[in-house]
Design a protein around this ligand. Structure first.
Ligand code: PLP
Length: 419
């Protein structure tokens, strides 16, 4: 099923990258639990299959499937979202500069700040809702602009196409990287010449937002969230249209080796078959709950990109598009994540979190079951109090990952918990 361009998203979810097994006709891609492949003569093997870190047929099917869902030519999957990020950061040279969102996923910042410390990278964190702030942060040695939209947990929306225009202007002015010479590292030998725009698309999923089509050079996912969708695996993905960049990323994927197991690839293939249906329900449920919360007397504020009150609502309307056929006037979809502030600070908030029954109190997001969490105490506890305050992470802030249960039951659960 390689000529998938003619099909729509929901069809690609089910078919892209997969065809019946040639030996048996098995309709599902087999789980190739093998570490090696038999060669017919030394160095003669089939279709690149010499060792399973380099290539595994279940993974190959998944990589083509995910590439199709992000409308990209190349897909690469990893053992976690952070392993996918690590693959991108390995493209950098000592002293390179990276610009990232002020509220970038904590684990992403920790990797950059702690693991890559030896590269003495320069980093600038900016509020990326301001394109001027991003432009002002660019330096001659900027090599990556890393954004997340919607962001976590404030659900800020970043204008991907707008950032790409800035990156292109920066490319025109960028200084050749220090020590430009090829240092003979194979695909990584030459330094990145121009800044790359990387968009972490985890919170939206490819069902409602496609960063490559909006101008990103790389779309990145923590597949642990919506792509996996069932809270049963940890994985990551990178998608790009650029052949050279894909070769560099592929080199690191194999050389570092943070690849997912064939079983996890199979689970993801099963998951992406329902991605469009799940996302439609996540979006509908979240919209209904966001509207209900805005009317609740114990809720101070609701943050959801689908509400007119969201500061970047117009941009979200433009950038986040449902891949399914939608009713006239409903041609945007805003995802399953909601944040809200409970009136009265920590104590009433803690009571609500202890009283929910259907929503589970847990970190992570994107599964079929609804989760609720308290960023200040849970996901964002490692931030100093002042940094949390600067981002707007109040003690009453609660983040909901709205699942695909019946919305009426979810609302009833919140109603009892808030009573
Ligand atoms: C979870 C997450 C990551 C990290 O992915 P892992 O699969 O946990 O390694 C990166 N970015 C965002 C936005 C995430 O939510």
């Amino acid at each position: 099923m390689s000529a998938h361009q003619a099909h729509r998203f929901g069809t690609d979810c089910i078919h892209a990258g997969q065809s019946p097994d040639p030996t048996t006709g098995a309709i599902m891609t087999p789980v190739y639990l093998t570490s090696t492949y038999v060669q017919s003569s030394p160095g003669v093997f089939k279709d690149g299959y010499d060792y399973a870190r380099s290539k595994n047929p279940t993974r190959t099917a998944l990589e083509s499937n995910i590439a199709a869902l992000e409308h990209g030519r190349h897909g690469l999957v990893f053992s976690s979202g952070l392993a996918a990020m690590d693959c991108v950061l390995h493209q950098l040279r000592a002293g390179d500069h990276i610009v990232l969102s002020d509220d970038v996923y904590g684990g992403s910042f920790r990797q950059l700040d702690k693991v890559f410390r030896h590269l003495l990278l320069e980093t600038t964190r900016v509020d990326m809702t301001s394109l001027q702030a991003i432009e002002a942060a660019i330096r001659p040695n900027t090599r990556i602009v890393w954004l997340e939209t919607p962001s976590n947990p404030m659900l800020k929306i970043i204008d991907i196409a707008g950032v790409r225009a800035i990156v292109d202007r920066a490319a025109a002015k960028s200084a050749p990287p220090g020590g430009v010479r090829d240092i003979g590292l194979g695909p990584l030998g030459s330094p990145l010449q121009n800044p790359l725009l990387v968009a972490d698309n985890t919170f939206a999923s490819p069902a409602i937002q496609n960063p490559l089509q909006l101008g990103a050079h790389i779309a990145m996912h923590s597949c642990t969230k919506y792509i996996g969708g069932h809270s049963d695996l940890v994985a990551g993905a990178l998608i790009t249209d650029d052949d050279d960049l894909a070769a560099r990323l592929r080199f690191v994927q194999n050389a570092v080796g943070a690849v997912p197991s064939a079983m996890d690839c199979f689970l993801m293939l099963r998951s992406t078959k329902t991605l469009h249906v799940r996302m439609q329900r996540h979006c509908e449920n979240a919209m209904a709950i966001a509207r209900w919360l805005t009317r609740h007397p114990k809720i101070e504020k609701v943050i959801y990109p689908g509400l007119e009150s969201h500061p970047q609502h117009a941009l979200a309307r433009k950038q986040m598009k449902p891949s399914w056929e939608s009713a006239p006037g409903a041609d945007s979809a805003f995802g399953g994540m909601i944040s809200c502030i409970v009136k009265g600070g920590l104590d009433p908030t803690r009571r609500m979190l202890e009283r929910v029954k259907l929503f589970s109190l847990a970190e992570s997001l994107g599964g079929v079951e609804s989760l609720i969490e308290h960023p200040a105490i849970m996901t964002h506890a490692s931030l100093p109090a002042e940094a949390r305050a600067a981002l707007g992470i109040a003690d009453g802030l609660v983040r909901l990952s709205v699942g695909i249960e019946d919305a009426r039951d979810l609302i009833a659960d919140l109603d009892v918990a808030l009573a």
